[in-house]
Design a protein around this ligand. Structure first.
Ligand code: GLU
Length: 310
């Protein structure tokens, strides 16, 4: 990362926000979960937290939004910690699928396990591994601690909205059961998955989570180890290869920061050993990634030299 003064970093962030705002009209908020369709598409915020404890925030950083698919990183981390990598990766793969996040064709036709834990089929399978070992309250507590945000709760309206429009995820869950991948109750896996997606966070909570991954699982604030280094390494690598849906390859080339997106408009980005970045921008591109968030990350990667291979 380029060495810049506090003032210069703030200027870069302001400019990133300006660049991001320009493309908001080119995207759309998600509407397949009706509650997400009610959100103001013009909201945009970014928070950076550094390993030294500096925090930089611009835009709508205090607005709460649902974490959606970004929760898949938390569930994967917890599953790896509680079940071990052998059990996790005998249930779910670690290859990009090249298909949309809610696809089931590749699972139905080509494979006896979901391609990776960042797509819905993989994440629902991961939840089924967690169920015998941790309850939703345990998962909520893990999330609060990982994000250093004790205010995180479930957004009931979004949860109810998604549960009443969940035919596709239910179909995925039943397909998983038909292939003997889910061995616990199908509804339990669906409910835990949807609850995890409905947790409400801010860009700051995501930046804290990203920094925890960046620091190999040791809380930069307390020095306490919350996640093993091995688990963080696996999660970050899978974020890099699979975190931006079927746009992951291009994003890795152009931006080169391991990132996970969610259809709520969040982005979780890890600059290894340096920074955590959290973004909120609910206007999405055709693949489901925050359209302004991607532009802002590209701008930051160029200006601050954050590409993994820069
Ligand atoms: N809860 C959403 C779903 O399952 C998450 C999708 C996403 O953020 O990619 O459709």
């Amino acid at each position: 990362m380029k060495k810049l003064s506090e003032k210069e970093i703030k200027k870069v962030l302001e400019k990133a926000l300006e660049e991001g705002r320009k493309v908001i009209p080119d995207g759309h908020v998600a509407t397949y979960i009706p509650q997400l369709g009610l959100v103001d598409p013009n909201l945009l915020g970014i928070t950076i937290v550094t390993k030294d404890g500096d925090v930089y925030s611009v835009g709508d950083c205090d607005t709460r939004f649902t974490i959606q698919s970004i929760s898949k990183t938390i569930s994967l981390a917890v599953a790896l910690e509680l079940c071990g990598r052998e059990e996790v990766f005998s249930t779910v793969g670690m290859e990009p699928s090249g298909e949309a996040f809610n696809s089931m064709v590749e699972l139905d036709l080509n494979s006896n396990k979901p391609y990776n834990p960042m797509i819905n089929s993989g994440a629902i399978a991961v939840e089924s591994l967690i169920i015998p070992k941790a309850s939703f309250s345990d998962m909520l507590l893990y999330t609060k601690r990982f994000c250093d945000d004790m205010e995180i709760t479930i957004d009931d309206a979004t949860y109810a909205s998604e549960m009443s429009h969940s035919s596709r995820n239910r179909a995925i869950a039943y397909l998983l059961q038909s292939k003997d991948i889910i061995k616990t109750d199908v509804d339990d896996s669906m409910v835990l998955y949807t609850r995890m997606c409905s947790l409400s966070v801010t860009s700051r909570s995501l930046a804290n989570l990203a920094l925890l991954f960046a620091m190999g699982g040791v809380s930069p604030k307390t020095g306490e180890r919350l996640i093993s280094a091995e688990t963080c390494r696996i999660v970050k690598t899978i974020m890099m290869t699979c975190g931006m849906y079927d746009g992951s390859g291009e994003f890795a080339v152009e931006v080169g920061i391991p990132t996970k997106s969610g259809v709520g408009g969040g982005l979780l980005s890890v600059v290894d050993k340096e920074l955590g970045i959290g973004i909120y921008g609910p206007s999405l591109d055709a693949k489901g990634n925050s359209i302004a968030g991607k532009v802002m990350l590209k701008y930051l990667a160029d200006e601050l030299e954050l590409h993994l291979f820069s």
